[in-house]
Design a protein around this ligand. Structure first.
Ligand SMILES: Nc1nc2c(ncn2[C@@H]2O[C@H](COP(=O)(O)OP(=O)(O)O)[C@@H](O)[C@H]2O)c(=O)[nH]1
Ligand SMILES: [Mg+2]
Length: 365
């Protein structure tokens, strides 16, 4: 999963690592002091300015250039007993390559910019970092910049279901073939594992075979499914499922929808009608991770047309690039809730932004 992105990020880490110059042993640096309770006290808490000035003084000529417009902005970084100098010029090539790597991984262009600027800001400038190693310094900068774009506050599906009056009505939207129906089956399984009952509603009244597909999943999982004739009204199907859930004490209604919506007006009209008729608690947008930039663009369009609460990215198991997973939350302002990681009912992973970023950066030994 996301191996191409992992490799590209790794290339940047190695390149940046080489670009960061280690200052010689005779360079005067200050070690973190030990407090009496054993915790590390970072010197800049006390007298940071003095050290920066001291550092600048040792490096001939740099002060003038900085005063001339900051073209060679510089950070002195003290790491344990060693100091590292990061010149903006030195970082320029690695940062450009990082931008290219992110774009090649299908990261949305503004999101790629933001990640690159985040890394630049962390590493370059009049600020000191205390780290054990160069690697750690660069990794922390990259990790922070990625988490900043991926981690979006919002829906926590499990606690939402737990804490909301039953039945909880969840409607799944997204274009045809991305994995909505499969995701609904997986979510039904997950809910059951957590002790919640569910009923499935086939609001995909457009496609021939949709009733049968959802019914097969329902049979396999021992779930009730509500269907209408092909061509019927999706809102009416989901309404019937809500009535069924209310009458039978079912915790969650999982409503499927058709993906064949040609314009955002169609989408608005259908979702507006579902809103009017059943007033769902949650709308979840489903798209496939492998669609990369297309998935991100569709997410933006859907969210503009009819705001959703969270995103499921399916087929992450088949996605090397990872750009949709990096971009979609930032672009829509809605968190990724789950990743689909295969075709089995258990192949649904709760998405955790920090865990995801850690995994991306895991390869370095
Ligand atoms: N590898 C993989 N395939 C998936 C995943 N989710 C769905 N699929 C497959 O994608 C295809 C389309 O799924 P479906 O649920 O019918 O999409 P829908 O048209 O959006 O309802 C099916 O063959 C699914 O088995 C996933 O997470 N990983
Ligand atoms: Mg379907």
């Amino acid at each position: 999963m996301f191996d191409g992105l992992k490799d590209r990020l790794n290339d940047f880490r190695e390149e940046a690592d080489e670009a960061v110059e280690e200052v010689g042993e005779d360079q005067e640096t200050e070690e973190p002091r030990e407090r009496s309770d054993g915790t590390r006290q970072e010197p800049e808490e006390q007298d940071g300015d003095a050290e920066i000035e001291e550092g600048d003084g040792e490096d001939d000529g740099e002060g003038d250039e900085e005063e001339e417009g900051g073209l060679r902005a510089k950070a002195k970084t003290l790491v344990g007993e060693r100091a590292f100098i990061i010149e903006e010029d030195d970082l320029e090539a690695p940062l450009q390559d990082l931008e290219m790597a992110l774009l090649a991984s299908d990261v949305e262009v503004d999101v790629a910019d933001e990640v690159v600027e985040g890394v630049r800001e962390s590493l370059v400038g009049e600020k000191k970092h205390w780290r054990d190693s160069k690697n750690e310094l660069i990794d922390d900068a990259l990790r922070e910049a990625l988490v900043d774009v991926v981690d979006v506050d919002g829906l926590d599906f499990d606690s939402y279901v737990r804490d909301t009056d039953k039945p909880v009505v969840v409607v799944f939207t997204g274009v045809n073939g991305v994995g909505k129906t499969t995701t609904i089956a997986k979510v039904a399984k997950r809910l059951e594992d957590d002790g919640f009952s569910s009923v499935l509603a086939n609001g995909d009244t457009y496609r021939a075979g949709a009733n049968q597909q959802l019914s097969e999943h329902a049979d396999a999982l021992g779930k009730k499914v509500i269907t209408h004739e092909q061509g019927g009204d999706p809102a009416a199907v989901i309404y019937d499922a809500v009535e069924y859930a209310e009458a039978n004490g079912v915790d969650v209604v999982l409503g499927d929808t058709a993906g064949r919506l040609h314009t955002s007006d169609d989408l608005m009209n259908q979702l507006a009608k579902i809103d009017r008729v059943v007033d769902p608690d949650l709308t979840v947008f489903v798209d496939e991770s492998v669609a990369g930039q297309d998935a991100t663009n569709r997410a933006r369009e859907f969210n503009d047309a009819a705001e959703f609460d969270g995103v499921v990215l399916t087929k992450a198991d088949a996605d090397s690039a990872g750009g949709a997973a990096v971009s979609v939350a930032r672009v829509t302002g809605k968190p990724i809730v789950f990743l689909g990681t295969g075709q089995g009912y258990d192949d649904l992973r709760e998405f955790d932004a920090e865990g995801f970023v850690d995994e991306l950066l895991e390869q370095r030994e």
